[in-house]
Every structure is written in structure tokens, then in C-alpha cells.
Design a binder for this molecule. Structure first.
Ligand code: ARG
Length: 455
């Protein structure tokens, strides 16, 4: 088939070479943006007197018809036409005749493809921000019910200090909040127009880049045509922001998986997000959480992939850049899918309060309370730490916990101990007293929940 760019060629590529070079199998995902960009471009050409009003009307109507067909899945793409841009242009010419060939005046596929991707990412990032909001709501919903649910807090996956379970959940709320902020900030750099940069050097036609940018809702235009067509930093930034989101989700997944084990038994996932085993009838596996944890790998891979694609390419456009798309599409699908599933998992999980509460009664996570107790009575904290460490050792030797020790043993360890220590050792006390800003104290957690509700 004759190529739209075939003038200087004497022979056409073989089909298998065409297939290797073509991107239509995946960049057809940009069809809406491609048509939208073309409509803005041709409107601008009309306004600047580069095409006549009649030509503009015919081309626009043709594009709108193609848009309808695209929405109804009626377009038939061909590998011979390489990519979405040439496919649409060819279809337009078939639809309205040779005047369709005027659409590409003052434009190149290089600024066109960059424009398409800016449009695409803008709407995807906005959707992803909404999905993060929904997940945050689910987290807050659980947190509201579990302010007074006491759970073991860990460092090194060893019992550390008792905490409010809501406080633990809200840690993820704030991580996601920063993820959202990063995405919002990135919109500044996504919402810019490369259109009109041409192949790399601009164009001789008297175009109005700001006008087409405004038609497309872009906040500003790229100030340098070479930069406009050759950088993909806005995609890398998206992949990087996505990697952070997945890293956060993956850590949360790991906890949900651990908490669902018989060993922890802190939560039960809803049946809707678990699966059984084909051989072991008792099994209920937290598959969805595992899968999100696993999919984190591909998002990191997409980030590293694109960084590597770009690192050695000279300015301006190189065909290498066609490799920017699949990782971006894959990341968008992965992030959106993961956030939706997560929202379902979090809002439907059953929290086993009693199991968590029982856990903190049978550990040494109240040891810090005892050290703080001595320190607040004037003993240097280092010495207090030593005294309590010895008491813990005594307990371990006798197979008991701190609150099981008689007052005489405490007194022997330090004369500063009084019988009010038994109250101090209670997990409820340990949690409720931690009212420093951002701490796990019930009062403080409630304050933060209120602050979130009033945002
Ligand atoms: N399919 C190409 C891409 O995705 C479009 C730009 C092609 N430009 C070119 N000069 N070959 O990058």
C-alpha cells in the first residue's frame, strides 16, 4: 500500500518490517485525543487564514464523523498505516476526499503525538486522583470505627508499642495524600501544549499556538519547539509518581496479607477479594492483595524502561520514543485497577478487635511506659531503660509479663516504683497518653479525623 509519506521511496517495505515498525496495535488507545487535537489544529488553521472556512468545515465534519465511528468501535485500523495519526489521516481522506490532506498543514506527527499524550495523561491523571480520593474515604471509614481499637504497633516486625488501629490505617491515608499532591502538581507539566512545534523547528505558516492550546484546555505552550517534541519527562514523572503509589499500596498489601494469616488473625478479607485452592479445601487466599503487590514490579519496570529508552537519544524526535506508550498505558491500567480493588478490600474487610486487643495484653509492648514512668520521676532515661530491660528479662525467665510482677519486684528494681504502675502498664493507658501532635493517643487520632473531615 502506498504510504502517506511515500514520495521519495522507490520500493515499499515488506509487511513484516511494517509490522515491526507499526504502533497502531497499541496507540489506537489515543484515538479520541488524536481527533480532538486535529479538530483544534484545523480550527486554528482556519482562524489564522491558512485554510478557508469551507475547508475547515469539511475537515472538521469529517473528523467528527470519525469520532462517532471511533466511539462505536467502527474504525478499522491497518498496520500499513503505521500509527494512529496516519490511520486517522488516511481515513479522513477516504471520508472527505483530497481536502483531508490539508489537515496536516503546519504540523508534524512529532508535535501531534506529543499533544495526544499530554491530552491522554491529563484525563487519566484526573481520574486517578479521583480514585485515590475514593480509597482515602474507605480508609477513613474504617479508621472512624477503630479509633479505640488497640493493636500492636511494630518496628522490625517485633512488637513495639500499642497503638490505635485507626492511627495505623491513617498512616496510609497520608501517604496517599502526598501521592495525590504529587499527581496534582504534575498536572502543571502535563497540561502544556506541544502542538505547533512541528517536526522540531516550528513552521513557516502563520499559526497561533496559544489559540490551539486554549482550544485544548492547555494552560500554556512549550516555549521551545525542540523540547516540545523530544522530551518525555512528563511521562517519566507520571511513571515515577505511579511507582510511589504502587510502593505504598504494596506495603499495605503486605500488611493485609500478614494480618489475614492464622498467625496474626487481625482481619478477615471479604470473600469477594479472596480465592480458594484447587486442592486444599480450607484455604482462603488474599489473592487480590498479593496481585497488587506483584503488579508493583511492572510499574517500576515501566519507569526504568522509559528512563533507559530516553537516556541516549539525541535531540529531537527519534523513533525510540514510540516505546514510551505501552508502559504508560500499562501503568494507567494497573494503577486504576489496583486503586479500585483496594477500595473494595479496605471497605469490606472485617477487623478482629478482640484478637488485636488480646495480643497487646500478652507482650512487652508496654515496656516503654515503665521506662517513661521512671524518667518522669527524674531517673535519666538511659538508666530507666536499663532497669526495665532487666525487669523484662526477669519476666522472660519466669514466663510472665510485666503486669504479672508483684510490686515488691518492681520496688527492688527501683524505689521510684509505686503501685500506680499497674495502671500505667495497661495498653489503653499507653495509647491514650500519647497525645503529642501526630501521635497515636485516642484524642489526637480523633482530632486528625476531624481535620480530615473538614478538609
Ligand atoms: N508512532 C510515532 C510515535 O509513537 C509517531 C511519531 C512518528 N514520527 C516520526 N517522525 N516517525 O512516536
Amino acid at each position: 500500500m502506498k504510504k502517506l509519506w511515500g514520495g521519495r521511496f522507490t520500493k515499499s517495505a515488506e509487511q513484516w518490517v511494517d509490522e515491526f515498525g507499526a504502533s497502531i496495535s497499541f496507540d489506537q488507545e489515543l484515538v479520541k485525543e488524536d481527533i480532538e487535537g486535529s479538530i483544534a489544529h484545523v480550527t486554528m488553521l482556519g482562524k489564522c487564514g491558512i485554510l478557508t472556512e469551507d475547508e475547515v468545515t469539511i475537515i472538521k465534519n469529517g473528523l467528527l464523523r470519525l469520532k462517532d465511528k471511533a466511539e462505536n468501535d467502527e474504525l478499522e485500523y491497518s498496520v500499513a498505516n503505521e500509527d494512529i495519526h496516519l490511520n486517522i489521516e488516511k481515513m479522513l481522506i477516504d471520508e472527505i476526499g483530497q481536502v483531508g490532506g490539508k489537515l496536516h498543514t503546519g504540523r508534524s506527527r512529532n508535535d501531534q503525538v506529543a499533544t495526544d499524550m499530554h491530552l491522554y495523561l491529563r484525563s487519566q491523571v484526573e481520574e486517578i486522583i479521583e480514585l485515590i480520593n475514593t480509597l482515602q474515604d474507605a480508609i477513613v471509614g474504617q479508621a472512624n470505627q477503630h479509633v479505640e481499637t488497640i493493636a500492636p504497633g511494630y518496628t522490625h516486625l517485633q512488637r513495639a508499642q500499642p497503638i490505635s488501629f485507626a492511627h495505623h490505617l491513617l498512616a496510609y491515608y497520608w501517604m496517599l495524600d502526598r501521592d495525590k499532591e504529587r499527581l496534582q502538581d504534575s498536572l502543571k507539566r502535563i497540561n502544556m501544549s506541544p502542538l505547533g512545534a512541528g517536526a522540531l523547528a516550528g513552521t513557516t505558516f502563520p499559526i497561533d499556538r496559544s489559540y490551539s492550546a486554549t482550544l485544548l484546555g492547555f494552560e500554556k505552550i512549550y516555549e521551545n519547539s525542540i523540547d516540545a517534541v523530544s522530551d518525555r519527562d512528563f511521562i517519566i514523572e507520571f511513571l515515577s509518581n505511579s511507582s510511589l503509589i504502587m510502593m505504598h499500596l504494596s506495603r499495605f498489601c503486605e500488611e493485609l496479607i500478614l494480618w489475614s494469616t492464622q498467625e496474626f488473625n487481625f482481619i478477615e478479607m471479604d470473600d469477594a477479594f479472596a480465592t480458594g485452592s484447587s486442592i486444599m479445601p480450607q484455604k482462603k487466599n488474599p489473592d487480590m492483595a498479593e496481585l497488587i503487590r506483584g503488579k508493583t514490579g511492572r510499574v517500576y519496570g515501566n519507569l526504568l524502561g522509559l528512563l533507559t529508552v530516553l537516556k541516549g537519544t539525541p535531540l529531537a524526535y527519534n523513533k525510540d520514543m514510540q516505546e514510551d506508550k505501552e508502559g504508560m498505558f500499562d501503568t494507567v491500567r494497573t494503577i486504576k485497577g489496583s486503586l479500585k480493588i483496594f477500595e473494595g478490600m479496605v471497605s469490606s474487610m472485617k477487623v478482629k478487635k478482640e484478637v488485636m486487643a488480646a495480643a497487646v495484653k500478652k507482650d512487652f509492648s508496654n515496656a516503654t511506659e515503665l521506662a517513661d514512668y521512671l524518667a518522669s520521676k527524674g531517673l535519666p532515661f538511659r538508666e530507666a531503660h536499663e532497669v526495665v530491660g532487666k525487669l523484662v528479662l526477669t519476666c522472660i525467665e519466669h514466663g510472665v509479663y510485666l503486669s504479672d510482677l508483684p510490686l515488691s519486684v518492681f520496688k527492688e528494681a527501683s524505689s521510684l516504683f509505686e503501685d500506680d504502675i499497674y495502671g500505667v502498664l495497661l495498653p489503653e493507658t499507653a495509647v491514650s497518653r500519647r497525645i503529642s501532635a501526630g501521635g497515636t493517643g485516642f484524642e489526637e487520632v480523633r482530632r486528625v479525623l476531624e481535620q480530615i473531615a473538614n478538609k
